[in-house]
Design a protein around this ligand. Structure first.
Ligand SMILES: NC(=O)c1ccc[n+]([C@@H]2O[C@H](COP(=O)([O-])OP(=O)(O)OC[C@H]3O[C@@H](n4cnc5c(N)ncnc54)[C@H](OP(=O)(O)O)[C@@H]3O)[C@@H](O)[C@H]2O)c1
Length: 307
């Protein structure tokens, strides 16, 4: 994307909040250790008008008491989008972390996903209620079909009904390629608002992002830091760019996702990393940085075991 186009995109679809939306004790409704006056995370507007934070918190592998504490910490630091899934086995921990944070539920954007074994109309409806119960919530902000397997049509119809009943604010998919989306569009009453797919410096997914934009579907990047694979955190190219701005490899990557207009959901079990990953709204990668990062693309998944 050229600098101009990127700016247009950000102006069109994002509340570009660096330095404008302040999250602090006075505004967040948080109890505990919320710090005052940090630049807030902006949001993009999805195809149904709902706003989604541009940066969120991933919770894969964050289970039990650790999961509770990590989610509470993330919220206290300013994360508002929390991503979980039935298959992560941590929806109870995520719910516990939300309650521990003391935040007003309405300030959060909570995502969960229906797993393959629960595909089909009746099973997906039941799985949704189980996820809600485990989270201790009475609605979800975003519910996704986790993988395009099983009875996707039945699951989608269930999600459309739940959406129309007001139990889910946004419905979407995950790990869908173009063909899967075309199939879904052939019967869908409601166009998905989000497709959550693998994307990081080594598997960038530009073509997928372009295709999704044409359909007005927001791309959300899972494993935005490649889980550290392929030497992400010591990559010399990212480090050289980071040096110019006093930023880490993780921050360069997350800023790059943001400037491409992609929502990302980095995970961390460490408060320092959580904080670092939020601190990406006070610098801007230039065109040459963006081109240099584009050249890191290997265009191949770094998670072949999940294929
Ligand atoms: N839809 C899907 O199929 C799907 C698949 C995979 C993931 N997801 C979602 O996407 C989220 C993110 O992906 P992910 O968890 O696979 O990986 P990730 O966010 O790319 O990377 C997480 C790893 O990076 C480390 N890390 C985080 N911040 C760091 C920093 N500033 N400096 C150094 N290390 C840092 C973490 O270690 P520390 O804990 O030590 O910080 C952790 O080992 C998941 O948690 C999940 O919610 C969805």
């Amino acid at each position: 994307m050229t600098r101009m186009k990127r700016r247009e995109f950000l102006q069109r679809s994002a509340t570009f909040a660096a330095g404008t939306m302040l999250i602090g004790p006075g505004t967040s409704g948080l109890s505990g250790s919320a710090r005052s006056y940090r630049p807030g995370v902006g949001s993009i507007t999805l195809n149904n008008g709902v706003k989604m934070p541009v940066l969120g918190f991933g919770t894969l592998y964050l289970t039990g008491d650790v999961g509770v504490q990590c989610v509470a910490d993330a919220i206290s630091l300013g994360y508002r989008l929390i991503d979980t899934a039935m298959i992560y086995g941590n929806e109870e921990s995520v719910g516990g972390g939300i309650r521990k944070s003391g935040i007003n539920r309405k300030e959060l954007f909570v995502t969960s996903k229906v797993w393959v074994d629960d595909s089909g109309y009746e099973k997906a409806k039941k799985a949704f209620q189980t996820s809600l119960d485990k989270l201790g919530l009475d609605y979800l902000d975003l519910y996704l079909i986790h993988r395009p397997r099983g009875d996707v049509e039945g699951s989608w119809k269930a999600m459309e009904d739940l959406y129309e009943e007001g139990k889910i604010r946004v419905i979407g998919v995950s790990n869908f390629e173009s063909g899967h989306l075309q199939d879904l569009m052939s019967y869908a009453r409601i166009v998905p608002a989000v497709n959550q797919i693998e994307s990081h410096a080594f598997f960038q997914q530009d073509k997928a992002n372009d295709d999704l934009r044409k359909l007005d579907i927001q791309m959300e990047a899972w494993s935005p830091l490649a889980q550290g694979r392929n030497g992400h955190f010591t990559n010399e190219t990212l480090a050289a760019i980071g040096m110019k701005y006093g930023k880490s490899n993780a921050q360069v990557s997350l800023r790059w996702h943001y400037q491409r207009g992609i929502v990302s959901i980095p995970r961390s079990s460490q408060k320092g990393h959580m904080e670092e990953n939020l601190d990406i709204f006070d610098f801007e990668l230039d065109d040459s940085d963006m081109k240099t990062i584009a050249a890191l693309d290997l265009n191949v998944t770094q998670f072949p075991e999940w294929e």
